[in-house]
Design a protein around this ligand. Structure first.
Ligand SMILES: Cc1cc2nc3c(=O)[nH]c(=O)nc-3n(C[C@H](O)[C@H](O)[C@H](O)COP(=O)(O)OP(=O)(O)OC[C@H]3O[C@@H](n4cnc5c(N)ncnc54)[C@H](O)[C@@H]3O)c2cc1C
Ligand code: SF4
Length: 596
């Protein structure tokens, strides 16, 4: 197995006769962070990744112009991206009974899908069943971080202590002060761009140079300030000033390519797990990587009930192997880690490993999306073009509901992601006319179009859960997940409010409204799945401790979004990595003391 690319050392050959200090399953944000922290603490680590190692620069080709691509970025015949209606007209498994050779998730309807078609999974190989769910997965070295949207936000005690605030659900077993030093470490090690706002409910990071707001965005920011609401430049998990300690990543030079397509940055200014975490971890000499390794079970010592390693299938040869380790760390992403725990049934753990509480797969939560607004900043129509898409993101409007006040119809809150300005593909929203007149109107309106859409907190509920389908298996013969999950009343009422406040904010700013979207997108659309193995102090109602350690099996850790107690409305990846860093520090301490 060879790692492709400049500078990178070849990974050590895996030695399956050896017992590693730790085996990590999955190489996305969580698995990458666990690799970094544990190897820097001197532990000998094996990283198993189900997907392949792609030559990612070749895939993303971030500087290729649309006219240099044979189909202007479109996928070749035989590929199909699922559309909005298909997620509710058809039902899972979505690729069933289709004639397409490859069926991919909805993100492949965004710009330039040819550049990400090998990054997202083929639904034909990776089916699931149950209720409607738009599940976006990326099986390759680095997981979804290869194409993530980069919005990097912190949570606050309004999230960690949400039950104390409004009485619903459970408080997290940690407070902001416990995780704040680890958010700082993530900021400094990976780089984040943003602007300080001093909002208690959206804590500032240690920011590098912020992205510049466009004229339309400044107008909206000024108007929102008068409403005691905050529009801030996109907090991007991107290094805008460079990182002296990382030779695999370059400073963002604002080509905007990551925003024109599904995502991805081939100079790695935008954080991705391989260049940000895994290659530096390999450089310590303590990390062994094996790709194409689909883990299907956590193996248990019959005498002690502790984890002794994992069983995995080589995705290319179909052969099964075992890897031995003193500590097992699941980082396969929220849903896949829960699947693995449920798959790992043994005499000692008949409901699946770490599942004596019966809570694995339950309390699932995420973000609800759909409602939003688009409009025209009238005084910008016909103004000379500006270079506005040379940015790795545009703007974010922080939560304002149920912060100081109490909304009568719903609890928790939502934020908005938005953008405006002149782009490589001019927005035509609202441009009137036909033929030459229409072309002129598109040019005139291009820099004046502005829009934003909301992401709202979905409440965790025990009844929202995933289990194993008793019949269907994936391409490797592994039982697939079955969803039992629907948005509830609180989410629907919140969504109605999102559309109203979006409209209200544009009206107050004097922005001409073109469209207010009230539609709710299918469950899963946010790609922010969380909470299938929540942390807590009571082993009867939670799966993990505050250090993401199994209550039942002390040498088993689950370091991805599974451990979230509630979803907050802020995007999760920065929190996933800060929590993982904290847990792996604890793990390394305990390992040294011989407690694991
Ligand atoms: C288009 C897009 C936009 C996004 N935008 C944002 C954003 O703006 N902000 C934000 O915070 N988040 C965003 N996200 C979500 C973000 O990518 C995830 O939160 C993050 O990647 C989660 O990290 P993870 O390590 O848990 O999972 P992943 O990154 O999915 O990594 C999991 C890894 O585990 C591997 N794996 C799975 N099962 C097995 C197995 N059985 N054996 C071995 N390996 C296995 C997978 O192949 C994968 O590589 C976005 C995601 C996408 C796709
Ligand atoms: S704008 Fe910056 S982060 Fe985005 S693709 Fe370009 S260099 Fe990378």
């Amino acid at each position: 197995m060879k790692v492709i690319g400049l500078f990178r050392r070849d990974p050590a050959e895996v030695d399956l006769a050896r017992t590693y200090d730790a085996v990590i399953i999955g190489s996305g944000a969580a698995g990458g962070m666990a690799s970094h922290v544990l190897t820097s603490r001197g532990m000998k680590v094996l990283l198993l990744e189900a997907g392949k190692k792609l030559n990612i620069e070749e895939e993303l080709k971030s500087t290729e112009w649309p006219y240099d691509h044979p189909r202007r970025g479109a996928m070749p015949p035989g590929y199909h991206a699922l559309g909005y209606n298909e997620y509710s007209i058809r039902h899972p498994p979505y690729a069933q009974n289709t004639n397409y050779k490859h069926v991919l998730s909805y993100v492949q309807n965004w710009g330039g899908p040819d550049y990400s078609k090998n990054i997202v999974v083929d639904e034909k190989d990776h089916p699931y069943t149950g209720t409607d769910y738009a599940w976006v997965r990326a099986r390759l070295l680095g997981g979804k971080t290869n194409i993530w949207g980069r919005l990097a936000l912190r949570l606050s005690d309004l999230d960690f202590k949400a039950k104390s605030h409004d009485g619903y659900g459970e408080d997290w077993p940690i407070s902001y002060k416990d995780i704040a030093p680890y958010y700082d470490k993530v900021d400094l090690y990976l780089g984040i761009s943003g602007h300080k706002e001093n909002l208690p409910h959206l804590p500032d990071s240690i920011f590098q140079r912020p992205v510049k707001l466009t004229a339309g965005e400044i107008k909206l920011r000024e108007s929102l300030t008068k409403m005691d609401r905050c529009l801030t430049p996109y907090r991007a998990g991107v290094t805008t000033d460079g990182l002296k300690h990382n030779k695999y990543r370059k400073q963002c030079y604002g080509r905007g390519a990551c925003d024109r397509r599904v995502g991805g940055c081939d100079i790695h200014a935008a954080f991705d797990s391989p260049t940000g975490l895994i290659y530096p971890a390999m450089d310590t000499g303590n990390l062994t990587l094996r790709t194409n390794s689909v883990v299907n079970e956590v193996l248990v010592d019959n005498n002690t009930g502790k984890a002794r390693g994992v069983s995995f299938i080589d995705s290319e040869t179909g052969k099964t192997y075992e890897a031995k380790a003193k500590v097992v760390i699941l980082a396969a992403s929220t849903l896949e880690s829960a699947r693995l725990m449920l798959l790992s049934k043994s005499r000692q753990h008949p409901n699946g490993i770490g599942n004596s509480s019966g809570h694995v797969g339950h309390n699932f939560c995420e973000h609800i999306m759909g409602p939003g607004v688009s409009g025209i900043v009238k005084d910008l129509v016909g103004k000379p073009r500006t270079l506005d898409d040379g940015r790795p993101g545009s703007f974010y409007v922080a939560r304002f509901r149920n912060v100081k006040d109490k909304h009568p119809n719903f609890i928790r809150g939502y934020g908005f992601e938005g953008g405006s300005g002149t782009r490589i593909y001019p927005e035509s929203t609202g441009a009137p006319g036909f033929g030459a007149q229409y072309k002129k109107a598109v040019r005139d309106y291009a820099g004046a179009v502005i829009g934003m859409g909301a992401f709202g907190e979905v409440l965790p509920r025990y009844e929202n859960y995933m289990d194993l389908d008793p019949e269907l298996k994936d391409k490797w013969g592994i039982p697939v997940l079955r969803f039992h999950y629907k948005f509830g009343d609180n989410e629907k009422k919140m969504a109605a409010d999102m559309a109203e406040t979006a409209k209200e904010m544009f009206e107050q700013a004097g922005i001409e409204i073109v469209d207010v979207d009230t539609r709710i997108l299918t469950e899963g659309w946010s790609i922010h799945e969380l909470g299938t193995a929540r942390m807590g102090t009571d082993p009867k109602t939670s799966v993990l401790t505050q250090f993401q350690q199994s209550h039942d099996v002390k040498n088993l850790f689950v370091v991805d979004g599974s451990s979230h107690v509630s979803a907050s409305c802020q995007n999760p990846t920065w929190t996933i990595m800060a929590l993982c860093w904290r847990s792996c520090d604890h793990l390394a301490d305990q390992f040294k003391k011989g407690n694991l």
